[in-house]
Write a protein that binds this ligand. Structure first.
Ligand SMILES: Cc1ncc(COP(=O)(O)O)c(C=O)c1O
Length: 389
């Protein structure tokens, strides 16, 4: 039996592939420093775990409403009002298992085959995979290192067409750690406000920033009505394995997403949603501590990378990734990432795992201990010294 042809258009996530290879090397006794996968190396805060245990004991083990528990949807709506400064209600919120479904479901609901979707490249690989899967036309916009990995605005303007259905923004950004400056957000809003398209604002790293807070495009007049905010619990509360995220969007679109939820998952796990309420309404000190530790690591790791001949590492403004330019080493991204893993035991990702415009870069996550990050710098330095080109 042959798989349906649409499966040929589905991509993968490089981080999971490299993790598998790194684990195989470890099974052979090799010591590997893991800088490949995109998840905080912290435990989920204790109050959130306690809330989940209590919810299990209280019997939150049954189906719930497809859109999410009303109390959680209220908590998310007021969290968005507080953090973004916009007015939304529970009717705008869809709770789903992780952030990823808020890429998949809105695309299924909105985009016809042949429509165009604009997205950042390099970017989270699932965007391109989903665009291809549904038969839409991918319109990648390169990010420019000189502009802190923000969009090339002229290129964006030229790429908009009557067929553009969706524009994906991601700030703070995976894989570069770039934060789109407020002036660029304003300029983008002006470009798209009067167009018949929807913006998917992937704000999953919204709370992980080091200097300037990212501006949500929903705050620009006229944009809330045409924007989907993607956010969730995975990164902010170190809850990647819990699988809980959400979208905040116009109510008519939330209804469509909820319909896709009934057809695919029925609902997000009930006891994890109870824990989600505790996450949003409880103390936020653990988030602040985590961000402070990421900042400390970022400063030391970037300084270390910048002292290696051939490396040039922009200082990321958010998320927990560094995206050094490695063209000065003479290696391609893929060869460097591959040989660093095989020969030096440092697992990072080739920039091309995030799209063709990622060539010339490697992504290293800083979600590993300070000591391991410093050890990784020394391993990379030695590899480059031993393999001069
Ligand atoms: C930019 C971006 N969006 C969405 C997601 C998906 O998050 P989740 O694990 O909650 O599905 C990730 C995870 O790596 C991400 O980096």
């Amino acid at each position: 039996m042959k798989l349906a042809s649409r499966m040929d258009r589905l991509g993968v996530e490089g981080a999971f592939n490299v993790l598998v290879r790194a684990r195989a090397l470890e099974a052979q006794g090799r010591n590997i420093i893991h800088l490949e996968i995109g998840e905080p190396d912290f435990d989920t805060p204790k109050n959130i775990v306690a809330a989940a245990k209590q919810a299990l004991d209280q019997g939150w083990t049954h189906y719930g409403p497809p859109a999410g528990l009303p109390e959680l949807r209220e908590a998310i709506a007021s969290h968005i009002c507080q953090t973004r400064g916009v007015r939304v209600g529970a009717e705008n919120v869809s709770v789903v298992p992780g952030g990823k479904p808020i890429i998949f479901f809105p695309m299924l609901a909105l985009v016809e085959p042949g429509d165009e979707v604009i997205y950042p490249n390099p970017g989270f690989p699932i965007y391109e995979s989903m665009i291809n899967f549904i038969g839409a036309k991918p319109v990648p916009i390169p990010l420019s290192e000189e502009r802190g990995f923000s969009f090339d605005l002229d290129r964006l303007r030229d790429s908009l067409s009557p067929k553009t259905k969706l524009l994906i923004l991601n700030s703070p950004h995976n894989p570069t750690g770039g934060v789109i400056p407020p002036a660029d957000i304003q300029a983008i809003a002006e470009m798209v406000r009067d167009r018949d398209l929807i913006v998917l604002a992937d704000e999953i790293y919204a709370r992980i920033y080091f200097e300037q807070a990212p501006l949500s495009i929903t705050t620009i007049p006229g944009m809330l009505e045409k924007t989907i905010i993607l956010d969730g619990f995975s990164k902010t509360y170190a809850m990647t394995g819990w699988r809980m995220g959400y979208g905040v969007m116009p109510a008519w679109l939330a209804e469509a997403v909820n319909k896709l939820m009934v057809n695919s998952n029925s609902c997000t796990a009930s006891f994890t949603q109870r824990a989600g309420i505790a996450a949003l309404t409880g103390p936020q000190d653990d988030v602040a501590k985590m961000v402070a530790e990421f900042r400390r690591r970022r400063d030391a790791f970037c300084a270390g990378l910048n002292s290696i001949p051939g490396f040039r590492c922009a200082i990321p403004g958010g998320a927990f990734y560094t995206f050094p330019n490695i063209t000065g080493t003479g290696f391609t991204s893929e060869e460097l990432a591959d040989r660093l893993l095989q020969e030096s035991g440092v697992a990072g990702l080739s920039g091309t795992a995030f799209g063709a415009y990622g060539e010339g870069y490697v992504r290293f996550s800083i979600a590993n201990s300070y000591e391991n990050l410093m050890a990784a710098v020394e391993r990379i330095r030695k590899f480059i010294a031993d393999n001069k080109r």
